[in-house]
Design a protein around this ligand. Structure first.
Ligand code: ATP
Ligand code: MG
Length: 360
C-alpha cells in the first residue's frame, strides 16, 4: 500500500539535490551519510530537483538530463536502498508546480530578497544582475518540494537553513489562513489543531558546511564545496582524480617550504583531515608538527589521498557496476516517481479543499 499521511507508520523525511553535477564530499558529510543511516527509522523521499537546475542553467538541458541520471546513480552507490526509500524526479510531479503557485502568494517579496542563501549564491556563482525571475522563484518551489510530502524532518547542509525557515513560515501561514489553526498554536500541535502542513525540522549533518579545495574569495572566506564552483571532490572520482585534486588543493599560502611553520586553522588540508581521517590521533600530532614546521604539505596530502580513496572507492565501484545497467537506474526513478505522485497528489487534493478551490 502506498504510504499516506494517515497510514504512515514511520515519521517521514524529505531531502534532495539539484542536478547541476555529480555528488561530492560536501553532500556526503552534509546530508548523504545521514540519509543512508536514517532509512531504517524514516520513510524517506529523495527529490532530484531538475526544474531548479534550470534556474541557473536553462541553456543546458542535456547536461541537466545527464546529471539527473548521475545523481540517481550516486544515491544508489552511496547506499540509498530503493526498496526502502523513494527516489524521484521533481518535474514528473505536477502537484509540486501547482502548490508553488499558491505558496508564492504567502511569501512577501521583500522577505525573499533578504534571504542570505540567495544573496550568497548570486555572489559566489557570479550571477551579477543577470539572474532570471525563475532563479528568485526557486526557494518558493523548494517549499512546495518539501510540503507536497508533508515530512517531519529535512536533512540539509547549513546553506539551506534560510530556505527551511521560509518553509516553516509558509506552513504556519497556510494552516492559519486556510485550515483555521489558531496563531497561538504550538508548532508541534498544528496537525492536531486541523493544520494540513507539519512545521518541518531541519537536521544538519556532521559537518554543516564543508569547504571546497580552492582558495578563499575576495573577502577572505573559504567557499563551500559546491558542484557549480569547480572546487569539489566527487564521490565518483577515481583514485587518480582524487590524488590530482588533493595534491593541487589550497593550503597555507604563507608557507613556502616544508620547514616553515604552517597555519592549521582555516586550512582545507586540515579541515579535510579532521572531517574524514578515522585516525584522529595522527591528525592531532601531525597538526602540531605542521605548526612547528616539522612535517611537509606533501606528506600530509598523500595521507589525505589514502583516507579519501578508502571512503570513495567502494562507492565508485558500486557506481561502475550500475553504469553497466542503465535500465536499472531508470526503473528506480520510474517506480519512485509513481510513489511520490501518489502522496503529492493526495496533498494537492487536501490543499485545494483547504483553499476552497475543489469544484469538480
Ligand atoms: P549547486 O552548486 O548547484 O548549488 P551544491 O553543491 O550546493 O550545488 P545542492 O544540490 O545545492 O548542492 O545541495 C544539496 C544538499 O547538499 C543541500 O542540503 C546542501 O545544503 C548540501 N550541501 C551542498 N554542499 C554542501 C557542503 N559543501 N557542505 C555541507 N552540505 C552541503
Ligand atoms: Mg547549492
Amino acid at each position: 500500500m502506498t504510504p499516506t499521511a494517515e497510514n504512515q507508520s514511520q515519521p517521514r523525511l524529505l531531502t534532495g539535490d539539484t542536478p547541476t553535477g555529480r555528488l561530492h564530499l560536501g553532500h556526503w558529510v552534509g546530508s548523504l551519510e545521514n540519509r543512508v543511516r536514517m532509512q531504517d527509522q524514516y520513510e524517506c523521499y529523495f527529490i532530484i530537483a531538475n526544474a531548479h537546475a534550470f534556474t541557473t542553467r536553462a541553456d543546458q538541458p542535456d547536461e541537466i538530463r545527464q546529471s539527473v541520471l548521475d545523481i540517481a546513480a550516486d544515491y544508489l552507490a552511496a547506499g540509498i536502498d530503493p526498496r526502502r526509500s523513494t527516489i524521484f524526479v521533481q518535474s514528473e510531479i505536477p502537484a509540486i508546480a501547482e502548490l508553488t503557485f499558491f505558496f508564492a502568494m504567502l511569501v512577501p517579496f521583500g522577505r525573499l530578497m533578504r534571504n542570505p542563501t540567495l544573496k550568497d549564491e548570486i555572489r559566489d556563482k557570479g550571477l551579477g544582475d543577470n539572474y532570471s525571475f525563475g532563479f528568485l522563484l526557486y526557494p518558493v518551489g523548494q517549499i512546495a518540494d518539501i510540503l507536497a510530502f508533508r515530512p517531519q524532518l529535512v536533512p540539509v547542509g547549513e546553506d539551506q537553513l534560510a530556505h527551511l525557515e521560509l518553509t516553516r513560515e509558509v506552513a504556519r501561514r497556510f494552516n492559519q489562513l486556510y485550515c483555521g489553526v489558531n496563531p497561538q498554536t504550538r508548532d508541534e500541535d498544528c496537525l492536531k489543531a486541523g493544520g494540513l502542513f507539519p512545521i518541518i525540522e531541519p537536521r544538519l549533518g556532521r559537518v554543516r558546511r564543508l569547504v571546497g579545495i580552492g582558495p578563499p574569495n575576495a573577502a577572505g572566506q573559504l567557499l563551500k564545496m559546491s558542484k557549480s564552483l569547480h572546487n569539489a571532490i566527487f564521490i565518483s572520482d577515481d583514485p587518480d582524480a582524487v590524488r590530482k585534486k588533493v595534491m593541487a588543493m589550497y593550503t597555507d599560502p604563507n608557507r613556502r617550504r616544508a620547514a616553515d611553520p604552517g597555519t592549521v586553522e582555516n586550512n582545507p588540508l586540515w579541515i579535510f583531515h579532521e572531517t574524514f581521517n578515522p585516525d584522529q590521533n595522527w591528525v592531532r600530532q601531525a597538526e602540531e608538527k605542521y605548526r612547528a614546521g616539522a612535517i611537509g604539505d606533501v606528506e600530509c596530502k598523500k595521507k589525505l589521498v589514502d583516507v579519501l580513496v578508502a571512503l570513495i572507492e567502494p562507492m565508485r565501484q558500486r557506481r561502475l557496476a550500475l553504469e553497466k545497467d542503465p535500465g536499472h537506474v531508470l526503473a528506480v526513478l520510474r517506480e519512485g516517481t509513481a510513489r511520490a505522485n501518489a502522496l503529492a497528489g493526495q496533498t494537492l487534493r487536501l490543499a485545494k479543499a483547504a483553499l476552497r478551490q475543489n469544484y469538480l
